[in-house]
Design a protein around this ligand. Structure first.
Ligand SMILES: [Zn+2]
Length: 247
């Protein structure tokens, strides 16, 4: 494990802080990004999505979320207490691809069953979370790319945490291929009942490493704790635990 090594930022000389399993680290003093294994500079695009909320302002979208919607207890906004508000810049790989699946399957909804063949082609900006274990619903999150700037450490709030990448470029591309193949298998359920053969080819157009601001909120309601995840760029809820009503 790399944790015992004494690695210094090759740009400003400050000690690089990273945890076991992290492979791309960003210096918190100068924003320079280094590949830990080689000690070399990270040479691909590194972007930042700007956060628009401070610790006080983030309460507005939280209260709005708590006050709206049919499934929530009517006193949720009034009776909840926020017990934790953390801003974390999560690392992602944004993989822009053209994907084409050639498939053969059996259509069984009519008798006799027939064999169907076809192709499914789509373009994606596929998002891969660059952490192994983070509790984050990546597929529920539409990364707000219009607010993307080159990574700038000066825009990171003092109270925020920046997580390093545990997944390298090649691994992110492999994950993209696997996840798109699975996604296409899911989409093809509309056309065929059973897939006999499928081959998904993914052509890479562009790949960007980026940090995006995510708020992790904990709130207490009637002595239970619940978690909320908010997009710091838009204030949109990414995931919201709702107390189940007890009658
Ligand atoms: Zn540095």
């Amino acid at each position: 494990m790399a944790v015992a090594q004494n690695i210094r930022c090759s740009h400003c000389g400050a000690p690089m802080e990273f945890n076991p399993g992290e492979i791309i680290a960003t210096c918190k003093y100068c924003g320079f990004t280094t590949v830990i294994e080689t000690g070399q500079a990270f040479t691909f695009d590194h972007s930042l999505i700007l956060n628009k909320f401070d610790l006080a302002a983030i309460e507005t979208p939280i209260k709005d979320w708590m006050s709206g919607g049919f499934l929530k207890p009517s006193d949720l906004a009034r009776k909840s207490k926020l017990t934790e508000k953390s801003l974390v810049y999560l690392p992602f790989w944004l993989v822009s691809v053209e994907a084409k699946s050639t498939y053969k399957g059996i259509f069984e909804r009519i008798a006799p069953a027939i064999v169907k063949e076809g192709t499914l082609s789509k373009e994606y900006d596929w998002l891969v979370l660059a952490r192994e274990a983070a509790e984050f619903p990546t597929r529920e999150y539409a990364v707000p790319l219009q607010g993307k700037i080159p990574y700038d450490f000066r825009r990171i709030e003092g109270f925020a945490k920046v997580l390093n990448s545990e997944i390298d470029r090649e691994e992110a591309l492999d994950l993209t291929r696997t996840q798109i193949d699975n996604h296409h298998r899911f989409l093809l359920q509309q056309d065929v009942d059973r897939i006999i053969e499928i081959k998904t080819e993914v052509e890479l157009k562009q790949m960007v490493y980026l940090h995006a601001p995510i708020w992790f909120i904990k709130y207490e309601y009637k002595s239970n704790l619940y978690q909320l995840v908010f997009d710091g760029a838009t204030g949109a809820v990414v995931k919201g635990d709702i107390p189940t009503s007890r009658f």
